[in-house]
Design a protein around this ligand. Structure first.
Ligand code: PLP
Length: 392
């Protein structure tokens, strides 16, 4: 008997629960109008928040960088993979973030896993928001520290958990800054105060907030005025920066330690130099074109107001990640399909990405979306709502 036979059975189970994921193919670049599996649609499913992923100027810069540095970095950063572009990016990023130092990782996932496993181990405890990103969850698990999960943004619960920690060596609190599937910002001032009171290390993942939130675009910590009190910030270049890679910012000793200890960086090939060049160019956009984030957030407010007025359930939030809660996976899929048939792509988010019964559409707004695209989305969502109400 084939020892992998169980896989087919499990896949059928996923299928019957409407949880199976079928690979899609995007033809052409990641931009406002995409061609997905041969169908052209307006794209509300990318994290290209500032519209830089397919920026003509950045693409040209990347081609020049490839001509100069070649393509692959060919080795991990600790050997020969770390180019002058990596060095330049780390310095520019630290300056942008207002921290002493920064470290670039192959991805945001690697940054989170590498950071948590370098800062916590056996005998330590990590307090983790139940809605944290999978990369933080996996970092917690790999660290071998005890993990205590607190209900989403429940600060009273966390305070109680923190009271009884005398048996542990180190305490860490880890949270998304802007939550990826709910679009709400963590209560960072409360988290900072708790971390200080209980002498815990606070780690904030800014993946969805870097480049967008805060008047300088540094993220949720800046927006909430607590940057200087957060010891460790992680993030990535694959969302608002429209590039690829992950990062950690903080003190010199922290970054030196991670450079020595983070296995996801030591044992993984460094980014191509040209990827760092792309991020450096995107950083220029983030610094010098604040209107991108301002317009994005204004349009997000407008869209949120319109969609909730139609009677859809939206979690509290003000930002560019706009979840529309549907409930059952099958209903979320049907809604997503229905929008797609009308030329609008909004992905259905199902378990295990969200809890069972909390399936949703997730609208990712971009600077590229103009008024007419948002109006088309509102219009079509309104039709779907009317159809579902009349069939009840
Ligand atoms: C996307 C994301 C990551 C992972 O970043 P990659 O660069 O895509 O690996 C980490 N944390 C959060 C909160 C994210 O949304």
């Amino acid at each position: 008997m084939n020892p992998l036979n169980w896989i087919s059975e499990e896949l059928e189970k996923l299928e019957s629960q409407h949880l199976r994921r079928i690979p899609t193919v995007r033809h052409g670049p990641q931009t406002l109008e995409i061609n997905l599996d041969g169908r052209s649609c307006i794209n509300f499913g990318a994290n290209d928040y500032l519209g830089l992923a397919n920026d003509v100027g950045i693409c040209r810069t990347v081609m020049e960088a490839i001509a100069e540095y070649g393509w692959s970095s060919g080795a991990s950063a600790s050997l020969t993979g770390r180019s002058s572009q990596h060095d330049k990016l780390e310095k520019a990023l630290a300056k942008f973030e207002g921290t002493d130092a920064a470290l670039v990782f192959p991805t945001g996932y690697a940054a989170n896993v590498g950071t948590l496993t370098s800062l916590a181990g056996r005998g330590d405890v990590i307090f983790s928001d139940e809605k944290n990103h999978a990369s933080l969850i996996d970092g917690c698990r790999l660290s071998r520290a005890d993990i205590q999960i607190y209900p989403h943004v429940d600060m009273d619960f966390l305070r109680n958990q923190l009271r009884d920690t005398s048996q542990y060596r180190r305490k860490l609190i880890v949270t998304d800054g802007l939550f990826s599937m709910d679009g709400d910002v963590a209560p960072l001032p409360d988290l900072v105060a708790l971390a200080e009171q209980y002498e815990a290390i606070l780690i904030v993942d800014e993946a969805h907030a870097t480049g967008v939130l805060g008047s300088l675009g540094r993220g949720a910590c800046e927006a909430m005025g607590v940057e200087d009190r957060v010891a460790v910030r992680t993030g990535n270049f694959s969302k608002a920066f429209g590039s690829i890679g992950g990062f950690v910012t903080g003190s010199e000793p922290l970054i030196r330690w991670l450079y020595n200890r983070a296995r996801s960086q030591v044992f993984s090939t460094a980014l191509p130099a040209a990827a760092c060049t792309a991020t450096l160019a995107a950083l220029q956009n983030v610094e010098h074109e604040p209107y991108r984030r301002r317009e994005l957030l204004e349009r997000a407010q407008w869209l949120r107001t319109k969609i909730s007025a139609q009677g859809w359930e939206l979690p509290a939030g003000n930002d560019h990640i706009i979840p529309v809660i549907v409930g059952q996976a099958t209903d979320a899929l049907a809604l997503s399909q229905s929008l797609l048939s009308r030329g609008i792509y909004v992905p259905a988010i199902r378990p295990p990405t969200v809890a069972p019964g909390e399936s949703r559409l997730r609208i990712s707004l971009s600077y590229l979306h103009r008024e007419e695209h948002c109006e088309a989305l509102v219009d079509q969502l309104g039709r779907c709502k009317a159809a579902s109400t009349s069939s009840q």
